[in-house]
Design a binder for this molecule. Structure first.
Ligand code: RNT
Ligand code: ZN
Length: 416
């Protein structure tokens, strides 16, 4: 028996004594797809020449090896996925359209065919695709988008979102799985606005117009992502939490919660259970904000673990789980792999808890024992279970995966 298996056997006994079935946990973990965001690979630049990253989001750093072409990005995604256990999904932005030589259309005119190469890529690898209209990094997004006071600008972005709905339907149809289409806009005000209602009323009307074209709701899940503030929009964002939560509830859409988008002491982990009482499904962007919505790589930290616990308690099949970070200061493939594997470790950590027993302790108000057990579990041998999961799923165990990244950096990234 190899070492990983041997250690797993020992860990299995430890967990079994505490009433937890590790085999069952691993089976469940295997069924949870995470939508990996394509934009970590190229610093959110895309291929449609939209211009420098705008909208109050930022990448910092200039680590060598950024993917500059669709081909390079696809190779990098392949490399990352080869080091992450399980079957996942790929999250694309509209700015990642792939044009034929000499062709270029603006974002309001995008068509499914501009994403045919992505569909081919996804199909060959058995990945589902998710999608996002790109309403930043574009000359027409300098001031506002769906809430713009300029009718022409607003129409441009409404048309863009309509085009994105068609593309999302195409993804779902071609790949025979759902497509989450998430709408996020950077609209807001640096300083105290005189009128908060008019821009929000326009955003509401824009969304109404977009949805009015009709789409296959059984396959395309439209989500709306709120934000409390952004760089340059410190005083007010048009797409606030209340705005979108109400809009989603009334129009049977999904809310997307990004854990970088709330006040720093407000926790997304505490919101999940409430959302799932009122919605069939919930979408998440798991990220890590350091003092602000900085989109650092997801770590195995307390909030990530707490979010994972709530996903498992609420039912992982009801949560559309995606990551959202962009770090240009480190090897980008390593960033993806660390973030994805950490999200999976957090899920495993949650799956390895005697949830029913703990819930009962809470109902019995036996908080003394509950705290004691929760704390003792923190040093249970989850690592051995994780290693076995990696081995069983054919990816490198522990930090061994890093060798592959360094080799790839040497052979491929350093030559870009
Ligand atoms: C921005 C939002 C949004 C973007 C991506 C690129 O604050 O989190 O989700 O990060 O769409
Ligand atoms: Zn986000």
């Amino acid at each position: 028996m190899n070492k990983v298996k041997e250690q797993y056997k020992m860990a299995k006994e430890v967990y079994a004594a505490a009433g937890v079935d590790t085999d069952k946990a691993l089976e469940a973990l295997k069924q949870i797809p995470i939508s990996m965001h394509c934009w970590q690979g190229d610093d959110v630049i895309g291929f449609d020449g939209g211009g420098a990253l705008s909208g109050g989001i930022q990448t910092t750093g200039n680590y060598p090896g950024r993917a500059r072409t669709p081909q390079e990005l696809m190779e990098d995604i392949d490399k990352a996925l080869s080091l992450i256990p399980g079957k996942h999904r790929l999250n694309l932005h509209a700015s990642y359209a792939i044009f034929e030589e000499g062709e270029k259309v603006d974002r309001d005119k995008l068509e499914p065919r501009h994403f045919a190469k992505w569909v081919e890529f996804a199909r060959e690898r058995g990945l589902g695709l998710d999608f996002n209209p790109t309403m930043f990094s574009h000359p027409k997004a300098e001031n506002a988008t769906l809430s713009s006071e300029d009718p022409q600008i607003r129409k441009f972005w409404i048309d863009h979102c309509k085009a994105c709905l068609r593309i999302s339907e195409y993804f779902a149809r071609e790949l025979n799985t759902h497509c989450t289409m998430n709408i996020w806009i950077p609209d807001g005000f640096k300083d105290i606005p005189a009128d908060r209602t008019a821009p929000r009323a326009r955003l509401k009307d824009s969304l109404d117009q977009i949805l009015s074209i009709g789409y296959d709701r059984s396959k395309v899940y439209v989500a709306v992502e709120s934000k409390v503030f952004g760089i340059g929009m410190e005083s007010c964002t048009v797409g606030s939490h209340e705005f979108y939560m109400n809009y989603a509830a009334k129009n049977d859409l999904l809310c997307l919660l990004d854990n970088g988008h709330y006040h720093p002491t407000e926790l997304v982990s505490d919101k999940i259970s409430s959302m799932l009482l009122f919605y069939d499904k919930l979408a998440l962007h798991v990220t890590r904000g350091v003092r602000w919505d900085s989109d650092h790589v997801v770590l195995l930290d307390d909030e990530t673990k707490e979010i994972a616990k709530e996903i498992i308690r609420g039912g992982a099949d009801r949560v559309l789980l995606a990551l959202d970070f962009f770090d240009a200061s480190i090897n980008r493939i390593s960033a993806w792999v660390v973030g994805m594997r950490n999200m999976q470790k957090a899920l495993l950590n949650a799956l390895l808890m005697p949830q029913e027993r703990w819930a009962k302790l809470q109902e019995d108000r036996n908080f003394t024992r509950l705290m004691m057990e929760m704390e003792e579990f923190k040093t249970y041998p989850m690592g051995a279970v994780w290693d076995y999961f990696c081995q069983e799923n054919g990816v490198p165990v522990k930090e061994e995966w890093f060798d592959a990244v360094m080799e790839y950096e040497k052979q491929v990234l350093s030559k870009r």
